[in-house]
Design a protein. Structure first.
Length: 253
């Protein structure tokens, strides 16, 4: 713990019965963070609060900053994960951190894996092959978080029979992540077939009138199908974390 005096006071209060162990855990959830130089503060207790450790957003960070952050985080986290990491930077990091794994399609680097294995299946569906990088970001994030993942790629509405021939996979899912660019119609179709929550991910794939994914985003937000939640454009990571929170809640009961 960084604040030794605060921790000693808290443990003393628990030992004397002034606060309950349950109250103590609540206080500990927000006590610990670790500064790295003058550029980062690592939230070591995020897993205690949210179920998954803090994740590194790679864009905008120098290679040296990434090495320092990963080195510190691996000491206290069951899994260290960095998103939106370009291949050339990942190669340099792996030269300095020999057990760092890199998933090139997802642009994710990781050490370890969440030790908790949750019940439930997250199924991820893409409209087209061009949506795969965002879908794989979701898939790898979910797997590192401790969830079973089912992948179903390239089943967009332009060839709806491809989707309908896999209805059994939709029926078996506990949460569905549906990734689509262009006009973004696929989540509405899937929601009409599924009984579980749908997380729609618009991608920036499409011709000029798609406005970098804005068209797909608006289609998903305006869906007449029920049970759909929508994340930001190209936010595969956020979709996986939301799916994980849904299943973690279900695992409580």
């Amino acid at each position: 713990m960084r604040d030794r005096q605060s921790l000693e006071k808290l443990l003393s209060a628990i030992a004397k019965g002034k606060i309950s162990p349950e109250e103590g855990i609540k206080k500990l959830e927000y006590l610990d963070f670790e500064p790295i130089g003058d550029f980062a503060k690592i939230d070591h207790h995020r897993q205690l609060r949210t179920g998954f450790p803090e994740v590194i957003w790679s864009q905008g960070k120098t290679t040296e900053q990434m090495i320092q952050i990963i080195t510190i985080m691996r000491e206290k986290s069951s899994v260290v994960m960095a998103t939106r990491l370009e291949p050339e930077i990942a190669e340099i990091l792996q030269e300095n951190i020999n057990d760092l794994r890199y998933y090139p399609m997802a642009k994710i680097a990781a050490i370890g894996q969440n030790s908790v294995k949750y019940k439930g299946k997250i199924s991820i569906i893409t409209a087209g092959t061009a949506d795969l990088p965002i879908a794989e970001e979701s898939a790898i994030t979910a797997e590192l978080s401790g969830f079973e993942v089912e992948r179903l790629w390239d089943v967009g509405v332009a060839g709806i029979h491809r989707l309908l021939s896999n209805r059994h996979l939709i029926a078996e899912a506990d949460v569905l992540i549906v990734v689509a660019g262009m006009e973004g119609a696929l989540p509405s179709v899937v929601a009409g077939l599924a009984s579980c929550p749908i997380i729609a991910v618009p991608t920036s794939i499409g011709y000029g009138a798609s406005f970098g994914g804005l068209s797909a985003l608006l289609t998903m937000l305006n869906s007449c199908a029920t049970g759909i939640g929508v994340v930001n454009i190209d936010n595969g990571f956020g979709a996986a974390m939301l799916a994980g929170q849904i299943l973690r809640l279900a695992n409580r009961f």
